[in-house]
Ligand binder design. Sequence first.
Ligand code: ADP
Ligand code: GLC
Length: 491
Amino acid sequence: MKVLHAAAEIFPLVKTGGLADVVGALPEALRAQGADVRLVLPGLPAILQGVERQKVVCELGAMFGAGRVTLKLGRLAHNKVPAYVVDAPYLYRRPGNPYLTPQGHEWPDNLQRFALLGWVAAHLAAGELDSHWTPDVLHLHDWHAAMACAYAVSHPGPSAATVFTIHNLAYQGLFDQADFPLLGLPARLLVPGGLEFHGQLSFMKAGLKYAQRITTVSPTYAEEITTEQFGCGLDGVIRSRRAQISGILNGVDGAVWNPASDALIAAPYSANALDGKALCKAALQRELGLNLDAGAPLFGVVSRLTPQKGLDLVLAALPRLLEGYPEGGAQLAVQGNGDPALEVAFAAAAAAHPGRVSVRLVYDEKLAHRIMAGADALLVPSRFEPCGLTQLYALRYGTVPVVRHVGGLADTVVDASGAALHEDQATGFVFGPATSDALGDALSRAVNAYRDSAQWRQLMQRGMAQNFSWAAAASQYMALYRETLAARAAN
Ligand code: ADP
Ligand code: GLC
């Protein structure tokens, strides 16, 4: 089975969040199950640099405002997966991240930039660009690649089966309707039952309306997005596709996130040899200027600072977290950047509590590993969370997650209370309402559990024994691809 994945980011080359981790790991896991997988990626500077042995597949000429577009094929250095690179210097050779300028504004021509990615994916799937390789399945990630579905349905010839994965419904790729003619699509697509969304043009809707199958990254989020509360205005469209939507949990890339072999942390450790974790904690406290105190529970945060992540609740619950220090109180290490108001508020919290609260307003992959290893617990109080990867990394690192009962967090962390505790199922602390009181209660329960070192060790070891693997996810995607191909053949 030949499968082409299209996405705007990929770890370790370009990453703004968990999408990159997924795109960096899933293709290889699918290959391990026998699929012939390739990627198509925009020619951003880091991708042009990081894809080895590129050869020109075809010259596409002038398109979407770019004077010259060239399709190249090479392979990813980290896993040797073949990758097509859409080299359009005018559209992609820019600083900043894939979506935003270095000043944090959307690139004004994002419509053209991501329409081009979808166009190339669809035409590869139609067998028009590379006569040596035509995919059976086209797998598109988030709105950035979703337009491939619109190009595929408006194309008269044969095409691959299409699977669209929603990683985050909150980012939809909305543009001015007046720019629709730039897309080169038939006018019949710009209707409420198509790409139109309340007077705007929606790239996300291309995936939701026209993909044969839709997935999202956890079973609970797949249910949640059918409701008004989580549907971001698209719940009606999603309900109308209910029969074609499923949730497949993300996995953990053990080559990147494994405390026994992680070269980025102070000392390796594993579930049966936990001494290294104490060394990691001391090293982290030293590095971050926290009081060197082995007995103070150290809570970590590694996150984008956006309203999604609910970190305002952490600020509001801070007095409770620090209560009673040094006897009972905890320490907090926050790493993240984004929303300026949250950045200011966290910086102020650090200034107010030297030695007890540390805040690093940076994006730094290596520091993320050191926090994951050195913290005792990880806070993920999200308002919504399609899957969430940091709680999975935390489990793997014996760093007990404290999460809200939402989306993929609800699917992956079992609360240490009631039956779960007695049946040896608990892996963390889960709270319900998005309030600082509910978070505060979960924090108090976590601090109490931490004081009982036998109970805490059990929680750590149980978390470390969880197996959220890409192999499991890949076999579910393979089954879905087969089903989608069979359904298409039957029609
Ligand atoms: P999302 O994709 O919504 O941001 P996920 O939990 O799925 O949430 O993935 C976040 C990814 O980004 C993880 O790999 C996490 O370690 C990483 N990350 C988030 N913020 C930072 C940061 N400031 N520095 C380094 N890595 C970060
Ligand atoms: C999105 C979601 C996150 C998910 C990630 C990878 O960024 O916010 O919950 O883990 O995609 O699928």
